[in-house]
Design a protein around this ligand. Structure first.
Ligand SMILES: [Ca+2]
Ligand SMILES: [Ca+2]
Ligand SMILES: [Ca+2]
Length: 471
């Protein structure tokens, strides 16, 4: 074949086999975060390349995973906003689309009142499904009073955690001034109870609690021990620390208010102790009380006549204002005699220790803060008669010496045996009022003889011997 003809053939073949090309547009898809882009037939979660015939509409959906949202969409590098989808209409060239997704967030609003802090505080953004803990810390001197979560109390907690957060929340803490409180524990021995006013076991610092020891029948309150020392009853405590106190109750068979132990001699062991020498144990006599003086230095016996009752015998320290020429080694002795015929006379005998004596006896008027010598008064047949260690106090119910001044069958008379100071002169005074009532007296003496003797001894000077000493 001639060359010219070969060229023509080749050109025909080339024209015959030229393929029919359909142009395709390429879409480059990229996804950043938790979500996907789909075109209805394919879904892309990272990076994809999709080809489309020219001219078709490509409808894309942009879908976040649960708890996420579309943050931004770029088409060919240009932001188109956080759109939920995008359509390439009549796609005719290559394009790119990228979508970024971000986690949903919720706001927890955190606040604290005065007296403490909550951390973190303010408006806190929390990613969906995550947790957020808040610490609640009171200032010094305060405590957490309450914590409200979404308006509902969760108590005075030190922290709170929101878990799997899927909505907005609020949390607020309140605080209160902390006041220290103390515990009061009262134990008892023997039979009796201790009443508290106010009641309770926890008391705010500085509060006062009144304790009243109340003995069972046949028992008496003896003393406090532990964190409270003494026998004052009732007594008021100031709660400035935790306190444990014991109230001791002792048996009192004769119901005279003085325990068997106290009445059983100086050592408390002599069950037959008989301080008034009548052959009967004092612990079995309601009209006889034997016990120590307030400072436990001396042991005394006080007796009223048989058939009467001696109650409320109290040995206590001196109240002050004593006559300056005298000592009162036995302190103040208080007692009541009951069961006497109203308006009648009676005696109370005080037995000092055998080796002791006194000069005279002073009564104490608490209301007047005054001391009166209880001298012999023959007109009223009252006064103190002292013979060595035995003091006989002569009373008439409702008259001199009876402090309540009422003829009611009860003699009340606090006072004390007095010993003159050695530097002071003192005329010995004899008194025979109780001569017929005391074991040492001469019962044969007539009243006239007694009167004459007393007048002779006193030299008709009774009025001048009255002494009343006031503070
Ligand atoms: Ca007793
Ligand atoms: Ca006795
Ligand atoms: Ca007794």
């Amino acid at each position: 074949m001639a060359p010219r003809r070969r060229h023509l053939f080749a050109a025909l073949v080339a024209l015959t086999f030229i393929p029919v090309l359909t142009h395709a547009a390429t879409l480059t898809v990229s996804v950043d975060g938790s979500g996907s882009i789909g075109d209805g037939s394919s879904t892309c979660t990272e990076g994809c390349t999709w080809d489309y015939p020219d001219g078709i509409d490509v409808v894309l959906s942009i879908t976040p995973d649960t708890g996420y949202h579309v943050a931004d969409v770029l088409v060919d590098g240009t932001p188109v906003g956080a759109v939920p989808g995008y359509t390439f209409t009549g796609i005719a060239s290559d394009h790119t689309i990228s979508a970024s997704f971000a986690a949903d967030t919720y706001t927890i609003t955190s606040t604290a009142g005065a007296g403490g802090v909550i951390d973190p505080s303010g408006s806190i953004a929390v990613a969906s499904g995550t947790s957020q803990t808040f610490a609640i810390t009171p200032d010094t001197g305060y405590h957490v009073e309450d914590v409200l979560v979404d308006g509902t109390s969760v108590g005075a907690v030190p922290s709170h955690t929101f878990t799997n957060v899927t909505s907005d929340h609020t949390i607020s803490a309140s605080f209160a001034v902390t006041t220290a409180s103390y515990t009061l524990q009262v134990n008892t021995s023997g039979q009796g109870v201790v009443l508290r006013d106010p009641e309770g076991t926890e008391f705010v610092s500085g509060s006062q609690v009144r304790l009243l020891a109340s003995a069972a029948h046949g028992w008496v309150f003896d003393r406090w021990s532990g964190d409270l020392i003494g026998s004052e009853n009732p007594v008021t405590l100031t709660m400035d620390a935790d306190r444990t106190i014991e109230a001791a109750f002792l048996e009192d068979d004769d119901l005279d208010g003085t325990s068997n132990t106290d009445e059983q001699g100086p050592g408390g062991q002599d069950k037959s102790y008989d301080g008034n020498h009548d052959g009967i144990a004092d612990a079995a006599q309601a009209n006889v009380v034997s016990r120590h003086t307030y400072d436990s230095r001396y042991y005394l016996t006080i007796a009223s006549p048989r058939g009467t009752t001696l109650v409320n015998v109290i040995m206590e320290g001196l109240p002050g204002g004593e006559p300056r020429n005298f000592a009162f080694p036995y302190g103040l002795i208080g007692f009541e005699v009951t069961g006497i015929t109203p308006g009648s006379s009676t005696t109370v005998t005080i037995f000092l220790p055998e080796e002791e004596t006194c000069t005279t006896y002073f009564k104490h008027d608490e209301a007047m803060s005054a001391w009166d010598e209880f001298y012999c008064d023959y007109a009223s047949r009252t006064g103190a008669d002292i013979s060595r260690n035995v003091i006989t106090l002569n009373y008439v119910d409702g008259l001199r010496g009876d402090q309540d001044g009422i003829a009611d069958g009860t003699i009340t008379d606090p006072g004390g045996p007095a010993v003159k100071h050695q530097s002071e002169s003192w005329n010995e005074r004899l008194c025979f009022l109780s001569v017929a009532d005391t074991p040492r007296g001469n019962a044969a003496c007539s009243w006239i003889a007694i009167l004459l003797a007393c007048l002779l001894v006193t030299g008709w000077s009774l009025p001048s011997r009255k002494r009343r000493i006031r503070l």
